[in-house]
Design a protein around this ligand. Structure first.
Ligand code: BES
Ligand code: ZN
Length: 873
């Protein structure tokens, strides 16, 4: 297998720039016009000419370039033509003569341009207050939108120094990657700020923010100044984020064994921001909910989110910003690594949060569920144009990439892994690297064959399932266990490519709780254990940290269920095992009743993360049986399941101080009890909501649950109450709670109101996808949401296509993938055949796969499920 030979290179990919001219230094001035929603700019790019050239090609998109000039030494070279190629997003300057590089003759191109200060949260964009008044501007340049802000060599390996100047109204704060060097006050009420030169860096990391801002700050151990900026009145809400940054910066300095590379770090909460946050070097930008928490309204969920995001973006400052992927094919190096590192930093700062277990519940299980489609992509995925690049910011890249890091860390030891990472970051400092470069450094630092193992996980799509079989020997009763690998596809289909993995196979057993590891590189692996009654249960994938599933034998499942009942397995193994069982039943390897039998063993569970998996499994079966007369049995079963844990936790905070997992479990238990119709819980929620509406306090940790239950089961008039709450607060955490809760309504008329609200002026464009995701995954509202999406397709495309994190793609996937009938399948298929959008194809193909497999699962196991609930509810 050698995917390299099909890979595009700068020479073969028409979207890539030629390498005969490379940028050395940009002097970039930008002047936003906040009244007219435009900006003007000027850039001088000092060039390295490596071979004779008669034209210069740069990226530029939606820019009007009205002055262009090229100097070569003392001479001006005449530019005979300027030609835009909108599809390739490039501009070509044809020269009247061929220029040849002479080191003593500097070459520079000088351009003046203007563009729209757009409202799409990409490139150079304008921001609004809640009355839609424009209050500032910011940049979001990853992945390929620097070209919308200034003409440039917009590829990650074309690093250069940036000297930024901003011309802005004097009353506003202007920030960029580096500290300011000079500020000149101009006579027209403006000021011109020049910032210090950056280190050599990629275009996508450049950033500017201009707005009225206030800030708080501190210094880390080595005196690096860190500041959190917010719009006026909110700076105290930045305290918690600042605390995390002040911890994470020295944490990474120690972990990477490399000092923080810049003289300052700013974190800015922006009122309009497409993604969650962005790691611009020295100037991280965030949406408010990912950085700010009102100290009077602290909730465990918000704190964990903020800590994750701050730690994630900071991890990039070394891994990503200082050493950058060679090309977007290796995006996972950035995002997978930062997702892994974020967990290390948060786990160390907040040990009681059990962040490592959440890593398994979210990233390992997330990756397993994302990488099991026929249309899954390899972690190292060849991409050639902006649409494909955008599509790559997905769960496989983030979670799959982070799990790959965890697997190799486990194989090498944490110290050995960190040593290799340091070696990699030093060797490629201020430069670019590919996946193999990381493997090489990790391998050399540890004397181990890293590339061989990891390539099987990063260069081919998917991951394996191990089919277990066992035989008891007649002679001494020993059990011989055989494992055979094949690709796991979530609908149970076979992969004709017959892929094979090098699996870091491990297990724990009743007899030996210390994980034992071997490398399984063959199709089959066989080993012997003491007789079954003596050896007891055996659980593969210890810590559930690697990408593979195991289809156990019936006897093994039974022994494992026993182990669950007796609380003999660690948290991560408990939740992983349950997830394996349901995924295997979905794929038809085992009966759904077998998975449900296993689930029944979790009655006395006490871990929050395990309960999230239980809740997900029950929810999935409930969705699958939508409309079935037996559905009420599931609700009955679920109430019984969640009752004891909810009773134990109660509504009010206990006398003792609680840790986050406990706090989150309370909310989850109450949410489920209410969701499945427990009347007392619902009444209590509505009561608490009504009191809160009138001004009584309501525990921030229960607020989402209370809001959601109120919408889900309360009167239609609660729509107006929700609007009141939405309008009366400036706290983004609270607004989001309302948006999520609105997604729970069940009445057709209210659902229609909620959908109309989602595109109204009251909801920021950045937040519409949150609301649509929630309402689209509500079984009762799914169909109406889908109709709404189709009706408003043009508007959704106009707003979001190209926006951060393919937010529209998520909405499409979450809404359509839950359909379970042939009629819906045809409708979805037909619509997408008629409305093709580059950058959403894979997600749509996966949704269609999911609908088909839901149908197949239902057809196969419906009777089996009905029967199980008849006997067990
Ligand atoms: N580099 C990304 C931001 C980004 C995403 C830019 C998509 C362009 C397209 C940033 O580091 C990131 O990953 N942000 C995450 C948060 C993180 C905690 C997973 C996000 O925005 O959700
Ligand atoms: Zn990231």
């Amino acid at each position: 297998m050698n995917p390299d030979k099909n890979r595009q290179t700068p020479q073969t990919n028409p979207y890539r720039l030629p390498r005969n001219v490379m940028p050395k230094e940009y002097s970039l001035s930008l002047k936003p016009d906040l009244e007219n929603f435009t900006f003007t700019g000027e850039v001088v790019i000092v060039l390295n000419v490596n071979s004779p050239v008669s034209e210069i090609v740069l990226n530029a998109l939606d820019l009007d370039i009205y002055v262009y000039q090229l100097t070569h030494g003392e001479r001006d070279i005449h530019i005979t033509e300027m030609a835009f190629d909108k599809e390739k997003e490039i501009v070509t300057f044809k020269l009247s003569e061929t220029i040849i590089h002479k080191p003593w003759l500097p070459t520079a191109i000088w351009l003046r341009f203007r563009g729209e200060l757009n409202d799409k949260m990409q490139g150079f964009y304008r921001m609004h207050d809640k009355n839609k008044k424009v209050i500032g501007a910011a940049t979001q340049l990853e992945a390929t939108d620097a070209r919308r802000c200034f003409p440039c060599f917009d590829e990650p390996d074309m690093k250069a120094v940036f000297c930024v100047t901003l011309d802005v109204p004097a009353n506003l704060t202007a920030l960029s990657n580096m500290p300011a060097e000079h500020t000149h006050h101009l006579s027209n009420g403006h000021k011109r700020i020049s910032f210090k030169p950056t280190p050599p860096m990629s275009t996508y990391l450049l950033a500017c923010v201009i707005a009225e801002l206030e800030s708080i700050g501190g210094r880390d151990r080595k005196a690096v100044p860190i500041r959190v900026y917010t719009t006026p009145g909110k700076k105290e809400w930045g305290r918690f984020g600042l605390k995390v940054a002040l911890y994470a910066l020295p944490f990474y300095t120690d972990y990477y064994q490399i000092d923080y590379p810049l003289p300052k770090l700013d974190l800015v909460a922006l009122p309009d921001f497409a993604a969650g946050a962005m790691e611009n070097w020295g100037l991280e930008t965030f949406r408010e909910s990912a950085l700010l928490i009102n100290p009077a309204e602290m909730s465990a969920a918000a704190m964990e989110r903020v800590a994750d995001v701050v730690a994630h973006e900071l991890a990039h400052h070394w891994f990503g910003n200082r050493t950058t992927m060679q090309w977007w094919t290796h995006l996972w190096l950035n995002e997978g690594f930062a997702t892994f590192a974020e967990m290390l930093a948060v786990a160390k700062q907040f040990p009681k949060w059990k962040r490592q277990v959440r890593f398994v519940a979210e990233d390992v299980l997330g990756a397993l569920h994302d990488m099991d489609k026929k249309n899954s992509h390899a972690i190292e995925q060849d991409v050639k144009n902006p649409a494909e690049i955008r599509e790559l910011f997905d769960t496989t890249t983030y979670s799959g990439g982070s799990v790959v890091c965890g697997m190799i860390e486990q194989y090498l030891s944490p110290e050995g892994f960190a040593k290799g990472v340091n070696q990699y970051l030093e060797r490629y400092a201020y430069a670019n690297a590919e996946t193999n470069d990381l493997w090489r450094e990790l391998g050399e630092a540890n004397g181990k064959p890293v590339e061989k193992i990891m390539s099987s996980y990063t260069r081919q799509p998917g991951y394996p399932v191990l089919l277990a079989s066992e035989k008891d020997l007649i002679l001494d009763g020993d059990r011989v266990i055989t494992l055979e690998q094949k690709r796991f596809v979530f609908d149970g289909s076979d992969d004709s490519a017959e892929l094979k993995w090098n699996i870091p196979l491990g297990y724990i057993s009743k007899q030996n709780r210390n994980p034992y590891f071997v490398l399984m590189s063959d199709q089959k692996y066989m080993f012997a254990m003491r007789p079954p009654e003596e050896s007891g249960w055996i659980k593969f994938n210890p810590g559930h940290s690697a990408l593979y599933r195991v289809a156990y034998t019936p006897r093994m499942w039974e022994q494992l269920a026993d182990a669950i009942r007796h609380h003999e397995l660690p948290e991560a193994d408990r939740l992983g095992l349950l997830d394996d069982a349901f995924a295997l039943s979905h794929a038809g390897y085992i009966k759904t009743s077998d998975a449900l039998n296993l689930l029944s063993a979790y009655k006395n569970e006490d871990s929050f993360c395990v309960w999230t998996v239980i809740s997900g499994a029950v929810g999935m079966i409930n969705s699958l049986l939508r409309g079935d007369p037996n559905q009420s049995r599931i609700a009955q079963f679920a109430r019984k399941l969640f009752e004891p844990i909810a009773a134990k936790m109660s509504w009010d905070k206990p006398g003792h101080p609680e840790e986050n997992p406990e706090i989150l479990l309370r909310a989850l238990a109450i949410r489920n009890l209410g969701r499945y119709g427990e009347m007392e819980t619902i009444l209590e929620a509505v009561l608490r909501f009504t009191a809160y509406l009138k001004g009584d306090p309501l525990d921030p940790d229960l607020r989402q649950t209370v809001f959601s239950l109120t919408c889900e089961h309360g009167e239609n008039s609660f729509f107006d109450s929700m609007m009141q709450i939405y309008d009366r607060t400036d706290d983004h955490q609270e607004k989001i709670r309302v948006l999520r809760a609105l997604g729970a309504f069940k009445d057709e008329n209210v659902i229609k109101k909620v959908l109309a609200f989602s595109l109204s002026d009251k909801v920021r464009a950045q937040d519409t996808p949150i609301l649509l995701n929630n309402i689209g995954s509500n079984d009762t509202a799914r169909k109406l949401t889908w109709e709404f999406i189709k009706e408003n397709w043009e508007e959704l495309l106009r707003r979001y296509h190209g926006g951060g994190f393919g937010s529209i793609t998520r909405v499409l996937q979450d809404t359509t993938s839950g359909f379970v009938t042939a009629e819906d399948l045809n409708d979805v298929e037909k619509f997408f055949n008629e409305h093709r959008v580059p950058g959403t194809e894979r997600a749509i193909a996966q949704s269609l796969e999911e609908i088909r497999s839901n149908m197949a699962w239902r057809a196969r196991d419906l009777e089996n499920i009905r029967e199980w609930f008849a006997n067990n509810a």
